[in-house]
Design a protein around this ligand. Sequence first.
Ligand SMILES: NC(=O)c1ccc[n+]([C@@H]2O[C@H](COP(=O)([O-])OP(=O)(O)OC[C@H]3O[C@@H](n4cnc5c(N)ncnc54)[C@H](OP(=O)(O)O)[C@@H]3O)[C@@H](O)[C@H]2O)c1
Length: 297
Amino acid sequence: MKILITGANGMLGSTLTEQLLKTNHKILGTGKGILRCNHLIFNEISSYATLDILNPNDIEDTVAKFQPDAIIHAAAMTQVDDCEQNKELCSRINTVASKQLMAAAQKCGASFYYISTDFVFSGEDGPYKETDKTGPINFYGKSKLQTEEALKESGMNWCIIRTVLLYGKTDHINRSNFIYWVRDNLLAKKPIKVVDDQIRTPTYIPDLVAGIIKAVELQARGIYHISGSDTLTPYEMSIQVADYLNLDKQLISPVDASTFTQVGRRPQKTGFYINKAIQDLGYQPTEFNKALKIIFE
Ligand SMILES: NC(=O)c1ccc[n+]([C@@H]2O[C@H](COP(=O)([O-])OP(=O)(O)OC[C@H]3O[C@@H](n4cnc5c(N)ncnc54)[C@H](OP(=O)(O)O)[C@@H]3O)[C@@H](O)[C@H]2O)c1
């Protein structure tokens, strides 16, 4: 298959591209600027191209030239507070550009795999299954939901893969994520306050990547929830990190989300039921404590 990925420099997109390069598929990894992930070794059939999705002509040209069978759309404006403070830009990236990419995909008959989020839900009544009612409480969630809705009405071959709080090895992209933040603060003996009234099913990035690749290869359609299977608060996650690394957990204080003044509201209780992905895609989540072992070994 010919597979085009957006957001190949990102936390998810870089691991996704790395794993797809190990398959027999022909890959076009794309990102906003130059390729920043030195660990991505493109082979004789695959390559990287700069594609700023804010430029509709570039979208049209790149897709028409590559003629993908599938597009995996992982690029997005992902920082919740930035989205809240700059709604216009968030809308342009997460909704308008996504629709332009969908139109280009439709023109060449490519299937569209859209990476979405638990933030399309309100967080009042999680964990959620695929058929549950959406109701985002921040602009980021709204912008992602608008693209989901456009896809459903598009008449094209689509699959929405929603996921929750990603974690994994990200040192190769020079980016931190929650578990590194905990480790680094505890190593520096800095006290940290961690939210204990938000519930998630955190997702180990390689698990999600395997699920996405399976969905593409099986030409899965409809909505899939792909996340971890452990239900944890960020505080509980941080305690497990401290325990695993033998660091001082006395430095970690549990707090309510109301302790922080964040412009973008976070849903309180999300997390997913993942039975559909397990059944249809053979999805197998790694337990949180086992994933920590792989990450830090
Ligand atoms: N991280 C999570 O916990 C989480 C949870 C649920 C769902 N998701 C979803 O998963 C997907 C991947 O998220 P992530 O955590 O990997 O995010 P990320 O690391 O922020 O990656 C997003 C990528 O999108 C790219 N991008 C932004 N604007 C662009 C533009 N105009 N043109 C082309 N590329 C652009 C960014 O490029 P630059 O790096 O060059 O800025 C970045 O590489 C997103 O769709 C997100 O909504 C993430």
